[in-house]
Design a protein around this ligand. Sequence first.
Ligand SMILES: [Zn+2]
Length: 173
Amino acid sequence: MALRDILIHPDPRLKTPAKPVETIDDGLRTLAQDMLQTMYAAPGIGLAAPQVGQLVRMLVMDCVKEEGVPPRPMILINPRITWSSDALSTYEEGCLSIPEQYADVERPAEVEVAWTTIEGTEASERFDGLWSTCVQHEIDHLDGKLFIDYLKPLKRQMITRKMVKLKRERARA
Ligand SMILES: [Zn+2]
């Protein structure tokens, strides 16, 4: 396992729709484990393959936050939302590709998601709370969409300018 570099916005790879996974091979299994390790190390609760520069439809997440509750690392391949609740909920979102920037985003409160597991079997589950926000945020990444795309243009441009500056500083360091 190895830590992967997380791309920082703005980057064209974060705006590119990812391709469906067709074969689950050793390369994909390694990528999934690396993504989990990278997510926990960040630390974060979700990470999509495009964020580490791999334009394939796979995401990892673990939204367990309660003390004493065992971690629940999840790997979702080709995830798709099969149902969304009419009820909405607002959550202050952040993103490992947009460090230290947070903003309220409104999304369906509950979603049902179907996906292929890393073992190649089909799975589906209904998510609510933080899990629901997280899985929708990560699936957006697979479609080249960021949480700041839900914000008003002025706010989005402000965050983007901060990220350009951050990248410049990091490149110089
Ligand atoms: Zn994100």
